[in-house]
Design a protein around this ligand. Structure first.
Ligand SMILES: N[C@@H](CCC(=O)N[C@@H](CS)C(=O)NCC(=O)O)C(=O)O
Length: 214
């Protein structure tokens, strides 16, 4: 049985959780409360030295880490349904769309960065929230320019890892109260994605370790 090391609010884990469900791969989750620093426990650091979720354990000699690497491994190992286009140009575009979130925006809003802003620069909760909202908005501006008018998927007609990234980005944007009014293409794709059963069931608030808002 595969073990997905996770945290309910983790957007990177959400991307992988959706793919596991879409591909019908059985897995169980082991959760870590990132707000309590459980990702730094020595036992977990041995699985992922970066002290971050997700990690996927149980199928490869070493645990898999990094959502992009895990998703590409999953797609190669369980090809149905494919989450990458058949053509090289399509794959390049899908990776570029994925990385708008996974390389350019999400890395600067993860808990360790928000914690550092508070500790090193005395950023208030409001400052940190505005910081996160800024980067989610920047990502939305990029997606809006990259998506096609009227499209219900990021690339072509089939679901790809780019859609998993956009779905995760939208959850983060909502969490930090980013207004989507200026992003009609993103909204159209996002509504179509969040209506898919495997995407809906993977939503952070439905996970076993989810905490109700205070
Ligand atoms: N680039 C990594 C991001 C991993 C990551 O930073 N995950 C966050 C949760 S979404 C985390 O575990 N953060 C721990 C921390 O910031 O202390 C991926 O795509 O998997």
């Amino acid at each position: 049985m595969l073990i997905l090391h996770s945290y309910w609010l983790s957007l990177a884990t959400y991307r992988v959780r959706i793919a596991l469900r879409l591909k019908g791969v059985a897995f169980e989750e082991r959760t870590y409360d990132l707000s309590k620093g459980e990702q730094h426990a020595p036992g977990y650091r041995r699985l992922n030295p970066a002290g971050a979720v997700p990690a996927l354990e149980g199928a490869t000699p070493r645990p898999l880490t990094q959502s992009l690497a895990i998703l590409e491994w999953l797609d190669e190992t369980y090809p149905t349904p494919p989450l990458m286009p058949a053509d090289a140009a399509g794959r390049a575009r899908v990776r570029a769309l994925f990385l708008v979130t996974a390389a350019d925006t999400h890395p600067v809003v993860v808990p360790r960065v928000r914690k550092r802003l508070a500790e090193q620069f005395a950023a208030s909760d409001a400052d940190v929230k505005a910081w996160a909202a800024h980067w989610f908005r920047e990502g939305l501006v990029t997606y809006e320019a990259m998506l096609d008018d009227g499209a219900t998927r990021c690339h072509g007609d089939a679901l790809t890892i780019a859609d998993l990234a956009l779905a995760s980005h939208l959850i983060g944007a909502a969490r930090f109260d980013v207004d989507l009014a200026d992003f009609p293409r993103v909204r159209t794709v996002g509504e179509a994605l969040l209506a898919l059963p495997d995407v809906a069931a993977s939503h952070p608030r439905l996970q076993v370790d989810a905490v109700a808002p205070a």
